[in-house]
Design a protein around this ligand. Sequence first.
Ligand code: ADP
Length: 637
Amino acid sequence: MQETINPLDDDAAQNDQTGANNFHESKQRVESGDGESLLEKLRLAEERSAMLAAIVDSSDDAIISKDLNGFVTSWNLSAERIFGYTASEMIGVSITKLIPAERAEEEAQILPKIRRGERVAHFQTRRITKQGRLVDVSLTVSPIKDVSGNVIGVSKIARDITGLKNNIEKSLILSAIVDSTDDAIISKNLNGIITSWNPSAQRIFGYLPEEIIGQLVLKLIPPDRQDEETLILSRLRKGERVKYFHTKRLTKSGKLIDVSLTISPVKDDQGRIIGVSKIARDITDLIEAQKQSAMLSAIVSHSDDAIISKDLSSIVTSWNSSAERLFGYTAEEMIGQSIVKLIPSDHLEEEPQIIASIRSGQRVHHFETKRKTKYGKLLDVSLTISPVMDVAGRVIGVSKIARDITDKKQEEQRKNDFIAIMSHELKTPLTSMRAYVQLALAKAVDRSDSFTLNVLSRAETQTRKMTSLIHDFLNLSRLEEGKMSLNVSDFSLSDLMEEVLSDTLALAGTHEIIYHACQEVNVWADREKIGQVLTNLAGNAIKYSPAGSTVVMKCQLDIGHVVFSVTDQGWGISRADQGRLFERFYRVETGNQGHVPGFGIGLYLVSEIIKLHGGEIRVDSELGAGSTFSFLLPIQR
Ligand code: ADP
């Protein structure tokens, strides 16, 4: 800023001093007694002094004089304009009135210099106006000397540089922007020679400023696009700007990059085009992202599943062709509409629940429900619902994939019906068969026919197994139909345990069964179903542990409830399998343990029955270290 020398300052100061010297000269001539030329000289001096006064008055700079004590002796029009005080307000008043408190010492520093006859040029400081506003000024302070060269006063030229300062600040900000932007900003002259090159230009194109400034811009243009430059220049000459022009450019290493160019003419004060500025944005990643998004949208539109997006107010924002096929509405009919249109009245509570879990950033997986088509038909659908997030990770919408599972559901229904009918049909003959076997068994006991006794006992065990299996199937189909209900009663736990134990012992010829009974207590539950749970757990413990090992059945009394557990010394269950063990038809891959027959419905039933009783089944297991299954039941005393 110190370099912003204004020749006017010097001239004005010079004029001031010259004026004083000329006056001195004229006086000498008057004394020489040359009458005519003396008058002429006086007139000239007066004219000159009037001219000087006119210059002072018309100057854009504040021109002020003061005596050596700092009292103002003259005050021009610009002083009035810049500082707000009129001449009559200031003449005779101390100049310190204009000096802000924090700069009070400046006057004291300047005065000794002036007394020595020195000038202080372009001293930048701040002054305060009548209105209390601070102005940035550049001061030139000169001594005023009398005819004998004695300093008798001070002249001060003050230039308001607030605007100038603002411009400089603006240009500093602009150059900081140019340096920090992610875009390459390049300027060139009309001959295509590069004249400036910012850090992003270096990053994108690989050239250092010293390598490229002064070079032809054609260096950055691939050979097959060199004519673009002429085209652009001709448009610029017409004063047009070229905006977002997508093309390719060449980096120092010879790599082609996709760029978006904005090219503008650079004009001088008179509006003549003197150069060109170019903003180049590297859009290679953007183009790649566009390709990917085109691919994604092709996947979405060709998917067999309905893919729908909606905002957090459940308003549909996109609708693919499978959504149209599935639900019958076109995209035009659905976009902007609420998704609730598809939800049957008895499922309406689902939507707020879904939105709530989405808001918390959770996905909803394979949620099976019903939806309604345009024609009122009910569809079985499996929904996967995920949050759509913005770059900052905020949930801004919802994506929904809906798969029509009506056929699958019908298939399941047929399977269920089959299982229900089959188990029912098998149950009746089996019950009578078991009764006959028991009858024959009693006879064999009477006759002490050990062979028949042995054979019939085995037959009776097998019918028991079959009965239990058929019960499982029957319960499964009831559960699927939502028809499983509890038949609760108050019963003695030890009686039930006795029965389960005797059934288990009949099956467990190969295992040692240890039973830790609890105190005699009554529980409030469905006796048959709890019996089934215990039989299933004990059966699994035997099935999935080696012959000769021990199974411990335990019943423990606690405050208000009783805890059952079945522990085996089997091969255990991995953590991953533990999470899925209670799913319908889930079976663990046995690997080298050999094949154990089963359907994968036992634990599913166990867990559903316990849930119906308000409890929860737990598994504690480790691979190779056996398993413990446990659950609680409330006590009824
Ligand atoms: P199933 O026994 O008919 O396969 P379940 O639902 O009773 O069906 O059991 C599911 C799976 O859990 C079984 O296939 C078995 O791999 C595993 N499992 C159940 N109980 C045990 C246990 N005590 N020890 C090890 N694995 C078990």
